[in-house]
Design a protein around this ligand. Structure first.
Ligand code: HPA
Ligand code: ZN
Length: 325
């Protein structure tokens, strides 16, 4: 089989997808109409034209605006279901989906509305052969106190998510800011991940590991600047959930050909390929694989390695993991 056919057909796990980032412009307009929410764009085309980003913050501003059309449990279900269908089509058989409850609770949408809608779609995805779980992310531009409040609101729904993460504006909001709330989540037996080293320095990756005690690093591509950190990530087999098209669109690398995914793999790191915010960055899982392999010249051996890394890095229970591998 050809390399593109292998990349498309191979079973894979997605470990870095923000469900609010899967909201396509068409669905934004449909939900705006359904809910009577005004949006400052005249058409789907006009909205899509605004998707020209220069850095993480320029994306986040429009990403939070897009999420404002989500009000009812069914809206969250419809958004997640649309993503899960695309995941199934890309042969994603396991996905661990981030959601940002504070983006919604701040607008008066209840935690139950958010979690119940998303979780029902995850349950229904089993009929498509997709094993889907949820990871609650704290917004790092808000306070740790706000994160504690959010955790408290989510705890009655504890059986509907498997872990917590940390996302939003990275620079100026180091992991240490959330040391106490992550310690509490750890004591509760939740899985722990954090965005670090997307735009931020290697010091943020160190802090995510040593202060927050996360099990995976989301992005982490800036780690190549610190040889001692690279050694630590390789030695402890800490997965990096890399998102090539996201890095391209947010100008972390000038061209996809300049991406350091091969350097990460060659250093023995458990690097994976993921879509991050596919509706905004121009591609779902297989688009990320196909474009990255075409631009950087990765080969079949890298494809097998990336698929194996995705299952090794997943939080699936041990038995399922062995079956996947
Ligand atoms: N980085 C930080 N926060 C985010 C991202 C990201 O890539 N996507 C959605 N929220
Ligand atoms: Zn992300």
């Amino acid at each position: 089989t050809s390399l593109p056919a292998l990349l498309a057909a191979m079973p894979k796990a997605e470990l870095h997808i923000h469900i609010e980032g899967s909201l396509e412009p068409e669905l934004i307009f449909q939900l705006a109409q359904r809910n009577g929410v005004a949006i400052p764009y005249a058409s789907v085309e006009e909205l899509r034209k605004a998707y020209a980003f220069t850095n993480l913050q320029s994306f986040l501003d429009i990403y939070y605006a897009g999420a404002s059309v989500l009000l009812k449990e069914q809206d969250f279900y419809d958004m997640a279901w649309a993503y899960l269908r695309k995941a199934a089509a890309d042969n994603v058989i396991r996905t661990e989906i981030f959601f940002d409850p504070q983006t919604h609770t701040a607008r008066g949408v209840s935690m139950e509305t958010v979690v119940n809608g998303l979780h029902r779609a995850c349950v229904d995805a089993k009929t498509m052969g997709v094993d889907a779980e949820l990871i609650l992310c704290f917004l790092r531009h808000l306070s740790e106190e706000d994160a504690f409040l959010t955790l408290e609101q989510a705890l009655p729904l504890r059986d509907k998510f498997i872990g917590v993460g940390l996302d939003s504006s990275e620079l100026g909001h180091p992991p240490e800011k959330f040391a106490r709330v992550f310690a509490k989540c750890r004591a509760l037996g939740l899985h722990l991940v954090a965005h670090a080293g997307e735009e931020g320095p290697p010091a943020y990756v160190w802090a995510a590991l040593d202060v927050l005690k996360v099990e995976r690093i989301d992005h982490g591509v800036q780690s190549v600047k610190d040889p001692a950190l690279m050694q630590r990530l390789a030695q402890d087999r800490i997965p990096l959930t890399v998102c090539p098209l996201s890095n391209l669109k947010l100008c972390v690398f000038p061209k996809l050909a300049d991406h350091n995914i091969r350097q990460l793999l060659d250093a023995g790191l458990v690097a994976t390929v993921n879509s991050d915010d596919p509706a905004y960055f121009g591609g779902y899982m297989n688009d990320n694989f196909l474009q990255t392999f075409a631009a950087t010249g990765l080969a079949k051996e890298h494809a097998y390695r990336l698929a194996a890394n995705s299952f090794e890095g997943s939080f699936a229970e041990a038995g399922a993991k062995r079956r996947y591998l």
